[in-house]
Structure formats: C-alpha cells, structure tokens
Design a protein around this ligand. Structure first.
Ligand SMILES: Cc1ncc(COP(=O)(O)O)c(C=O)c1O
Length: 447
C-alpha cells in the first residue's frame, strides 16, 4: 500500500501550483498536479506526504532512480572540489573520463569524438552543425512524428505537434519530412501485413524526395529516432532502419541517431540502434545520461567531427558535476541496470498483452517497446480509433491513485520507469494502471 495522507494533490501542493501558475510562463504543456517533495528509486512523495510509484522517471531521465546513493556521492564529491571552470577554456579530468567512456560505448566500429552539451536539444543543434560542416551540404531529412527539441534548428526537424511549430516560422530552410515506419498506422494507407512485409517509407526517400524535391547529393544528413519517443513509442522495423543506412551510404549522407530518449541502456542495450543492427555516424544523447543532472552529448565518428577550433562551444556544456553524475550513472547502468531494463520491460509488455483480454481500450491497441521504453496505444474500436480523451483521463486518474505515468503521441501511454526498478514496484505500478484504466473505461461507457 502506498502512503496516502490527503487527496492527490493535497492543500500544500495546490497552493504551490497556484503560485506557479501566477508567475511561470504559460508556454509549457498543461502539467499534472503533482508537486514533488522527494524521491527514492522509483518512488516519489509529494509535499503533502503522499507516496507514488514513478513510471515516468522525469520523462525517461532518472535512469538510476531518484537520488541513487552512488550518483549523489559523485555529485557531492565533485561539488566539493569545483563546480565550474568552463570546458571551452580549461581542462578537467572528469570531462575527459566521461568522453573516453562515451567513445568506448559509441555504436560504431571507428574512433569517436565527443562534444558535451547541457540538453538534448543542444546536442541536436551540435549534430546539425557538424553534419553541415563535414558534408558541406545544407539539406536534412527528418521524419513525421519526430521530436528533436525546441530551439529553432532542432524545432525545424521536429514534426510532432503543430502547436510546437506554430508562430515560429520561418524555420531552418532545407529540412524535408518523410513518413516513419509504422505498420499499425501506415501513413501510405497500406495494410499492416503489407507494411510489415515491405515498408515503403524508406523507398519514398529515393523514389519521391530525391527525384522530385531535392538532389541526394545536397543532403547532409538523415536524422531519426531509433524508437520514436514523443511520437508514440513506435519501434520501427529494423529493415527500415537498415535501408536508411543504405541510402546514406549510397549518397554520402550522414546518419544521425537521436538517442536522447532511447539511449544509455533504456532499451536493454546501450543504444537502441544496436537492436536494428545499424551503425550511425553521429549519435545524440542526453536525458538518462546523468541521472537527471543536465547533460547531453554529440558522439560522432572521429573523421566526421573534425571541425576546426572555434567552430562550436558551450559555456555550461560538460559541467563537471554533470560529468561526475554521468560517470556514476554509466557504471551503474553497465553493471546491472541495463539488464534489468530488458527484463522488467519484457515483463511490462507481457502484462499489458495479458490485460488486452479485460480492457476494451487495449484489445485492438498497440503494445510495443524495447526494454523500459514500452508504449500502449489506447483505441476505441476495431478500426483503431485513437482514444485520446480516454488516455488523458487515465493519466489523471492514475495520478489520483498514486501512479505517475505520461502519455506520448496522440493516444499512447508510455512506461519508462528508472532502469533500476524492482519487480515489486513494477507490479504495484501495473496494478495501479489496471485499476485506473478500468475506472476511465467505466466512465467512458466502455466497461
Ligand atoms: C528524441 C528526443 N530528442 C530531443 C529531445 C530534446 O531534449 P531536451 O528536452 O533535453 O532538450 C527530446 C526530449 O524529449 C527527445 O525525446
């Protein structure tokens, strides 16, 4: 049983939310009424003393759980030595050690070079720049449904929700969006079995884009998420990803894997591209990299990241405390949590498949994922009508029941807890999900 002292949210939480609404920008997507007091592992407590199971992990960020003692120790020890010196001007060992480790685990058989950033978006910006610099080409191909960030360069690649782009045009010129492999909802309107047999999304790049829109030899890079995250936790067919690699090889285009949400062990391997058997040229990392300390990385083949001194920089990028947290994180992920992510993720997927027999909204829905990146798409009927309102209600009811769970895509719920989550907490979270979904289905007249 979870500790429950007041309604969720309680009076103290409500007071903070009211003050927040009065002073903070209204630009953020509507938030969930949860005000954290503290966290430990995969559990969090609000300011009114209520306990929750955390299936959200701060949007797949707190990879080692909240406040892992080893991460806290690394942060504390580094903070007692020095907090900042500017890696753009001076050197420090903890940054070098982290870059060496990232180069060691990079998903390509070539030496790597590393650029450290503060965020995922900044890593994407770095990737765009290095790709343009190396290829001396201007165009970039990205995918419908993609989320790569919110600054103007990264936003130009993002094609997730129009509200994210509306009001900010013109964006970066030379960005071309194409369909992403999704047999469950093929953008070309093909049947699921045909799409699984042979997806034509990658063909579209050769057959349409390169013939009608932009010459292949003007394209610097194809950027893709190895599992589309904000787009709905979509796992593409590995043949689609392999075809992207072939297109890149045929035309001297760089393949950029945005592993910001998928990377650092979340899928049971260091990088999700490893599941697809593909080696990218550039990898963007962030989110789980430093267990919640702000840090991102652009990891590229050494010959690609050969830009000259002064070409790029970042005052806070590679902050020493973030680097120390990242080193502790990578050690923990390597020595067990990555394996745990694979096991607990499979357990969640199996449990959701089983729930299809009792939940009408799951029955014809899509349950998909790798490791602890599992999505469950809620639908209203056999025709797969997206159950968007129902999904939103489940999130809200789950919160009231003591479960933090986030949506993604139009009608998907994502299960992305910390990689250290124990089986007992997984089960408790799934029970709360089951209960919350039943409540929402009853309200909607589906049960
Ligand atoms: C795949 C992907 N790329 C980029 C970003 C942007 O990262 P950040 O919010 O750290 O700037 C996100 C964030 O959700 C993401 O999921």
């Amino acid at each position: 049983m979870l500790t429950k002292t007041t309604a969720r949210p309680g009076p103290q939480g409500q007071a903070i939310i009211a003050r927040d609404s009065a002073i903070m920008t209204g630009a953020l997507t509507p938030r969930y009424p949860f005000v954290i007091e503290r966290g430990s592992g995969s559990r969090v407590w609000d300011v009114d003393g209520n306990e929750y199971v955390d299936f959200a992990a701060g949007i797949a960020v707190t990879s080692t759980g909240h406040c892992h003692p080893k991460v806290v120790q690394a942060i504390t020890e580094q903070a007692q030595k020095f907090i900042h010196i500017a890696g753009t001007d001076y050197y420090y060992d903890v940054q070098v050690r982290l870059a060496e480790k990232l180069a060691e685990i990079a998903p390509f058989d070539e030496p790597a070079k590393v650029f450290l950033t503060n965020s995922g978006t900044e890593a994407v910006e770095g990737a765009i720049k290095v790709a343009r610099w190396y290829t001396e080409r201007k165009h970039i191909i990205a995918f419908y449904g993609a989320f790569h960030g919110r600054t103007l360069g990264a936003l130009s690649l993002t094609a997730s929700k129009v509200i994210q782009r509306d009001g900010f045009f013109p964006l970066l010129p030379g960005v071309h969006h194409v369909p992403y492999n999704n047999p469950y909802r093929c953008m070309h309107g093909r049947r699921e079995e045909d799409c699984r047999e042979h997806c034509i999304c990658a063909d579209y790049i050769e057959d349409v884009l390169f013939k009608r829109v932009v010459p292949a030899d003007s394209v610097a890079a194809i950027i893709f998420e190895p599992i589309q995250g904000e787009g709905g936790y979509l796992v593409p067919d590995k043949r689609f990803v392999q075809q992207l690699r072939q297109i890149c090889d045929a035309h001297g285009i760089l393949l950029i894997a945005d592993e910001i949400q998928t990377g650092i062990g979340r899928t049971g391997k260091w990088w999700a591209v490893e599941h697809h058997g593909v080696q990218p040229d550039i990898v963007c990392s962030a989110k789980g990299l430093a267990s919640g300390m702000p840090l991102g990385a652009v990891i590229a083949r050494s010959r690609v990241m050969s830009w000259p001194p002064g070409a790029h920089g970042s005052t806070f990028g590679g902050n020493p405390i973030s680097c120390a947290a990242a080193l502790a994180t990578l050690e923990l992920v390597e020595s067990g949590y990555m394996q745990n992510a694979a096991e607990q993720g499979q357990y969640i997927k199996d449990a959701l498949e089983e729930m299809k027999t009792v939940h009408p909204a799951l029955k014809h829905g899509r349950v998909d994922g790798l490791g602890l990146m599992v999505g469950a798409e809620l639908v209203l009927d056999e025709k797969r009508t997206p159950a968007k309102d129902l999904r939103n209600r489940v999130e809200r009811i789950a919160l009231e029941n003591g479960l933090l769970i986030l949506g993604c895509g139009e009608n998907t719920l994502r299960f992305c807890p910390a990689l250290m989550i124990e089986r007992e907490t997984v089960q408790q979270g799934l029970e709360l999900f089951d209960l919350s979904l039943s409540q929402a289905e009853r309200e909607a007249g589906l049960l």
